[in-house]
Write a protein that binds this ligand. Structure first.
Ligand code: SF4
Length: 94
């Protein structure tokens, strides 16, 4: 079996997206630019954006790695939990 690149592996991930509820809640009024920069840079799925002085987040495509929860320390990321039931990411390749 040929070795897969990271992009190839990300390409085969499937998601059951909960369109009604995000499993991660952010503080949209948080303005610590150093922490916001860490969130934007650390998320492997690039789900955090900082635009016009506002932190924006979209939970669709979350890999559930927990990185944002760990580096935020409960400030920019107000709450983090796994998606409900069978929702969320479904890995197929390691
Ligand atoms: S859990 Fe991982 S993939 Fe999901 S938003 Fe946080 S850093 Fe990004």
């Amino acid at each position: 079996m040929a070795k897969m690149s990271v992009d190839d592996k990300l390409g085969v991930i499937k998601f059951m997206t909960d369109e009604h509820e995000s499993h991660i809640e952010i503080n949209e009024d948080y303005h610590d630019e150093a922490e916001i920069h860490r969130l934007v840079m650390a998320c492997p799925a690039e789900l955090y954006k900082y635009t016009d002085g506002k932190l924006i987040f979209n939970h669709e495509g979350c890999l559930e790695c927990g990185t944002c929860r760990v580096i935020s320390g409960g400030k920019g990321v107000k709450s983090w939990k796994h998606p409900k039931g069978a929702m969320g990411v479904e890995y197929h390749q390691g």
